[in-house]
Design a protein around this ligand. Structure first.
Ligand code: SF4
Length: 432
């Protein structure tokens, strides 16, 4: 898998003159310059940084898209010193961006965590790396050792929660940090900060923190030189599927999806584009001129999610691929909400029938009813993502569906999947 930048978008994945960056501290400082973070509370520094962050319009890059500065605001108002948590769990099987970012520039992520800790008065930072991502954990440990030798900084620990789809969800991760049990919690008011041992938690995705480290160095105006006024900056995207050059790319927000797909060289005519991840949505290639940014994607029924783009060729079957995702997602339920525990496997059953040409239009109607019954009924958004994906498949692959429900499945339904799924017991450490 390649890791590269597109056009002038060289920020997070900036390279040295001789190619890919050495993730060492000296190379990092040579590329990005020093970072001055006060050891003790410094109001002037905090106000200046706060202003730039708010002006930058940076939103979380972990899927929620929440404004980063608003998150800090809620925690600061609690009046207690928070725990800063770096979320590098990357539970989406089709995502490799956190892994690429840590391999490429771990110090940028750690710089961002230091900035957030200094801003919020936190005395401790925890980095969460899934227990099957040994190489990422090693890179972080090495980077921390280098920083310790250089002096300064707050205590940082690396913890290894279980590699499950839902473990990266904020409340599940906090539950694991508190009780060792990674189950999402029902949150009625998401503006109330989560807590670990009575400390409010400031939890950010690794990419969000790397963006923070750049904004502190270069300012909000620089950050906004890329992207759109509503969606400023660049973002990391993992592109895979029926393409000749899959990889992790840094792209300018607002880039047309069609342009993004063309750059990775599809292997054939495109039948659908999966955006956002396995809880995302299929996009009809006829609508691929849409800008890759939260607002335009939402208007097209899609989502940025965690920056995943999977290209499906016409030689594959969109119904069969959606059935595979639904089955995988059903298996990743945290097992505590009925609509998720029972609804997702039933939806996967229906999709498998339809993919095999053994489901008539009544099965489609039943599947639609199941979507209605499951939507919004879980403690977390895991089942909602599956519903969104299934509904988009029923629309984008409607022509295929008509043929399937007539008892004539396309030849693509038996083709090997182009999707990525974790192999039970296998480490993802070296997979890139
Ligand atoms: S909705 Fe599903 S994944 Fe989320 S908490 Fe409930 S059972 Fe777990």
């Amino acid at each position: 898998m390649t890791t590269a930048t597109l056009d002038r978008t060289e920020r997070l994945l900036r390279t040295g003159p001789d190619g890919p960056a050495d993730p060492g501290l000296s190379t990092h400082l040579a590329l990005h310059g020093p970072l001055a973070v006060p050891r003790r509370d410094d109001r002037d520094w905090s106000h200046a940084v706060w202003r730039e962050m708010a002006a930058s319009g940076l939103t979380g890059r972990g899927g929620g898209g929440f404004p980063a500065a608003a998150k800090w605001d809620a925690v600061t108002r609690s009046g207690r010193r928070p725990l800063v948590v770096v979320n590098a769990m990357e539970g989406e099987p089709a995502s490799a961006k956190d892994r690429a970012l840590l391999a490429w520039s771990p110090h940028l992520v750690l710089d961002g965590a230091e900035v957030v800790a200094a801003l919020s008065g936190a005395r401790e930072i925890v980095v969460c790396v899934a227990d099957d991502r040994d190489s990422s954990a090693r890179v972080v440990e090495r980077a921390l050792a280098e920083r310790a030798r250089a002096g300064g900084g707050r205590p940082v620990s690396v913890v290894r929660p279980p590699a499950r789809y839902v473990t990266g969800e904020e409340s599940a991760l906090v539950s694991w940090l508190t009780r060792g049990d990674a189950r999402p919690a029902l949150r009625v008011d998401k503006s109330v900060p989560l807590q670990v041992r009575r400390r409010p938690v400031l939890l950010h995705n690794a990419e969000t923190l790397a963006q923070v480290a750049l904004i502190v160095r270069h300012g909000a105006a620089w950050f906004r030189e890329l992207g759109t006024s509503e969606a400023p900056g660049s973002t990391l995207v993992t592109v895979s599927g029926a393409v000749r050059t899959p990889g992790v790319f840094e792209v300018e927000l607002g880039t047309p999806v069609a342009e993004l797909v063309a750059r990775v060289d599809p292997t054939g005519p495109v039948a659908g584009i999966l955006l956002g991840g396995y809880g995302g949505a299929w996009l009809d290639p006829a609508h691929a001129s849409v800008a890759y940014a939260p607002g335009p994607l939402a208007a097209a029924g899609a989502t940025l999610g965690v920056g995943i783009v999977v290209v499906l060729a016409t030689s594959s079957c969109g119904i069969a691929e959606t059935a595979r995702i639904a089955r995988y997602m059903a298996g990743e339920s945290a097992g505590q909400c009925g609509p998720c525990v029972f609804g997702l496997p039933a939806m996967a059953d229906d999709l498998e029938l339809l993919a095999a040409g053994r489901g008539d239009p009544a099965v489609v109607g039943r599947l639609e009813q199941r979507c209605d019954a499951v939507m919004g009924r879980g403690a977390c958004r895991h089942p909602d993502g599956v519903v969104r994906l299934v509904r988009s498949a029923l629309t984008v692959f409607a022509d295929d569906l008509r043929v399937h429900t007539a008892g004539h499945p396309c030849t693509g339904h038996a083709a090997p999947t182009v999707l990525r799924f974790p192999v039970a017991g296998a480490s993802r450490a070296g997979a890139a």
